[in-house]
Design a protein around this ligand. Structure first.
Ligand SMILES: [Zn+2]
Length: 365
């Protein structure tokens, strides 16, 4: 059973919106204003982020703003959601209208989110928790031949199940339920992108490691993603971790805390064939998930018995610490887990597209 917390943690009073590119690099950081639940940016932000040659005119009495961006004329009226784009006569209805703050016209995040994909060939993703807006070339990671992407079988493994509950948060929320809900979200979102995801369990049932690997084998899985949550005796320990099965990996844990992976699960193994691909996928996950977190996602190499029988690239993704109040709150929030599932889907696209490119490059040679 999932318990959804009412709010997400701390929101800064004077936000700055960070615009980042597809790889997470900062394009610009623009001071913003918050009114009610919305964040607004000055017109200047358009120059800094979209096109330095942008000009604008603002008619005070009529509250009309005209922007000239990349040869297009964009007309807005304060407090009205409609935007007209010339030439072409296209109109757009913003989910939040522009407003006046301190006598200056201010543009809502919706303006950037909705207009940018029309002006440029880009996708825009907004993370409202961190006020980050990512602008990425459209289809960078979806430029995968439809046939190829459909041939991919991704195995997603929600950890635990049945009487094996995994760790438990102070609210009573259980790891086994968090990871199952997330796996289903991921399956749904990936399917929309044409990626076939198979789950090692669809219900709250216990599965042995052998049974999980069997699901992967039966479906000719090419990538194994195991989902878990962490717990620590330290309430401060938090964040996302990606674990890889590397027999030569250092077994190191934060000094003050006990490992979430207990001694029983740790064993030196011999399966290393897929280490490079696993690393590639881990980095794709890291790049996408970094967008959601304040601290960079760590990749940790460990001898990991849970993945030892998976003869395919494989990683364990620990989504956060249920022993940490902030992580617990986030993982109990459906909006947050949805954005995690979206990030995971983009990581799958990124990985699949890089493997397909390598394959076709090899075929040409
Ligand atoms: Zn677990």
């Amino acid at each position: 059973m999932l318990i959804f917390a009412a709010t997400l943690s701390s929101i800064a009073q004077q936000p700055a919106v960070r615009f980042i590119d597809a790889d997470g690099k900062t394009i610009a950081e623009v001071p913003a204003q918050r009114r009610e639940a919305q964040v607004y940016l000055p017109v200047d932000a358009v120059k800094r982020v979209i096109d330095p040659a942008t000009t604008h005119q603002y008619n005070h009495p009529r509250k009309r703003l005209t922007l000239k961006i990349k040869g297009r004329q964009i007309r807005l009226q304060m407090d009205k959601p409609t935007v007209s784009i010339e030439p072409g006569g296209q109109t757009l209805t913003l989910s939040t209208p522009p407003i006046i703050i301190a006598q200056r016209p201010m543009l809502p995040i919706a303006f950037f989110k909705q207009l940018l994909p029309i002006l440029n060939d880009v996708d825009v993703i907004y993370n409202s928790n961190l006020n980050r807006l990512q602008i990425r070339p459209k289809g960078t990671w979806t430029a995968v031949e439809t046939d190829n992407i459909q041939n991919w079988a991704i195995i997603v493994d929600p950890g635990h199940g049945g009487d094996d509950q995994g760790c438990e948060g102070s609210t009573g929320i259980l790891e086994k339920n968090i990871v199952l809900a997330l796996a289903k979200q991921l399956q749904r979102i990936s399917k929309q992108q044409g990626i076939q995801v198979y789950l090692t369990r669809e219900t709250d049932t216990k599965r042995t490691q052998f049974e999980r690997i069997q699901v992967a084998k039966q479906n000719r899985g090419q990538l194994f993603l195991s989902l878990h949550c962490n717990a620590s005796f330290s309430p401060h320990e938090k964040g996302i971790r990606i674990y890889l099965n590397n027999p030569k990996g250092q077994i190191r844990f934060p000094s003050t805390t006990k490992p979430a992976l207990t001694g029983q699960q740790l064993k030196v193994l011999t399966q290393v064939n897929f280490l490079k691909q696993s690393h590639d996928f881990a980095r794709a996950l890291q790049t996408e998930l970094n967008f959601l977190t304040e601290t960079p996602v760590q990749i940790i190499d460990l001898p990991l018995i849970a993945l030892s029988e998976a003869y395919m690239p494989a990683v364990v993704l620990e989504l956060g610490y249920l022993s940490n109040v902030e992580d617990l709150e986030k993982l109990s929030n459906a909006e947050y887990t949805e954005s995690v599932s979206q990030a995971m889907t983009r990581a799958l696209q990124r990985y699949i597209s890089s493997v397909n490119q390598q394959t076709s490059a090899t075929a040409i040679e």
